[in-house]
Design a protein around this ligand. Structure first.
Ligand code: PAF
Length: 283
C-alpha cells in the first residue's frame, strides 16, 4: 500500500489510475482505525478497483476546548490495518499540506448543521464540510464511504455533494457495534473500564425507544423522554441531547410517520459519545 503525504503525490497516482481506466472508492478518516472503518474499506473494495483512505485529524472541525490535541494518532497501526484490508493508498497529509494558510472559504449548511450535534459543537460541520470538499477535490473518487454512526455528517455530506455537483456517489455503511451494542468509535479508547460498562447506556436507550415505536408509540416527545429515562439509569452518563428527528431534515418530529432517526449524545466521564438508530415505522 502506498503512503502518500502530499496532494501532488495523490494527484499523480490518480492520473495513473485514470490512464488505466480504474475507479477509486475513498474512505476519509481521522485515523485510530477500528472495525467500523475497516467495514467501510471492505465495502469499498466491492464498489471500485482500488480503495483509498485518508488519515487526517482535521483541526477545523474541533472547537476550543475539544479533544484535537489528545485525539488518538496511531499512523503506523492504521497503515498496517489498511494494508491488511487491501487498501491501495493512504493519504496522510500534515496540517500545513491541507491548510497552508488559514482558509478563507467557508462551507456552511445553515439548515442542517444547527440540529443535533451542531447545536452543541458550533462550527463543527463547517469544518467537516470544508475538509471533505477539499479531500474530494484532491482524490476525485468515484464513490466515498461514511459510517452511519455519524448520521448527521452523512446527511450533510450528501447535501454538499448535491449542491456543489461533486461527481461522487456517497455510500453510507451501517454502524459496527461491540457485543453489548456500544457503537465502535475511536473515542471509545478514552474510556476507563468502569466507564466502558456505563457506555452501553446509549445503545440501551436507543433500543428502548425502538421497542416503544414497535409497540405503537408515535409521539417524538415520548420517545425522547424514554431515551432520557433510560440514560438516567446509568449514574456515570451525562446526556447532552436525546432526539427523535426527521432523517432527511434532521428537524424534531412531533408524530412519527415513515421513518424516524433516534439520536443521542452523552458524556461518559469526560468522553463525549454519540449514537443513533434509524427506525422504520410500519404504515
Ligand atoms: O468522520 C470523520 O472521521 C471525519 O469527520 C471526516 C469525515 C474524516 C472529516 O474529517
Amino acid at each position: 500500500m502506498l503512503v502518500v503525504t502530499t496532494i501532488a503525490g495523490v494527484r499523480a497516482r490518480r492520473q495513473e489510475l485514470w490512464r488505466q481506466g480504474k475507479t477509486v472508492a475513498f474512505v476519509p478518516t481521522m485515523g485510530a482505525l477500528h472495525e467500523g472503518h475497516l467495514s467501510l474499506v471492505r465495502r469499498g473494495r466491492e464498489l471500485a478497483d482500488e480503495v483509498w483512505a485518508s488519515v487526517f485529524v482535521n483541526p477545523t472541525q474541533f472547537g476550543p476546548g475539544e479533544d484535537f490535541e489528545r485525539y488518538p494518532r496511531h499512523l503506523d497501526q492504521d497503515v498496517a490495518l489498511l494494508t491488511k484490508e487491501g487498501a491501495a493508498l493512504v493519504f496522510a497529509p500534515s496540517v500545513k499540506e491541507m491548510y497552508p494558510r488559514p482558509p478563507e472559504v467557508q462551507v456552511t449548511l445553515p439548515r442542517l448543521a444547527p440540529h443535533l450535534c451542531g447545536a452543541h459543537r458550533p462550527g463543527h460541520f463547517s469544518g467537516v464540510a470544508l475538509v471533505v470538499a477539499k479531500l474530494f477535490n484532491i482524490v476525485q473518487p468515484e464513490v466515498a464511504l461514511f459510517g452511519a454512526k455519524d448520521f448527521q455528517q452523512a446527511v450533510i455530506i450528501r447535501r454538499l455533494v448535491e449542491d456543489l455537483n461533486v461527481p461522487v456517489r456517497i455510500e453510507v455503511v451501517p454502524t459496527v457495534r461491540e457485543a453489548d451494542g456500544l457503537a465502535m468509535s475511536s473515542r471509545n479508547s478514552y474510556l476507563a473500564e468502569s466507564e466502558r460498562q456505563q457506555a452501553v447506556a446509549l445503545w440501551q436507550a436507543l433500543a428502548a425507544a425502538k421497542a416503544a415505536v414497535a409497540s405503537g408509540e408515535r409521539r417524538g416527545s415520548e420517545l425522547e423522554k424514554l431515551m432520557l429515562a433510560t440514560l438516567r439509569r446509568y449514574p456515570g452518563v451525562r446526556p447532552q441531547y436525546v432526539a427523535a428527528v426527521d432523517p432527511e431534515t434532521l428537524a424534531p418530529v412531533e408524530r412519527v410517520a415513515g421513518g424516524v432517526l433516534l439520536a443521542i449524545a452523552a458524556y461518559v466521564g469526560n468522553t463525549r459519545l454519540i449514537d443513533n438508530l434509524l427506525v422504520e415505522v410500519p404504515q
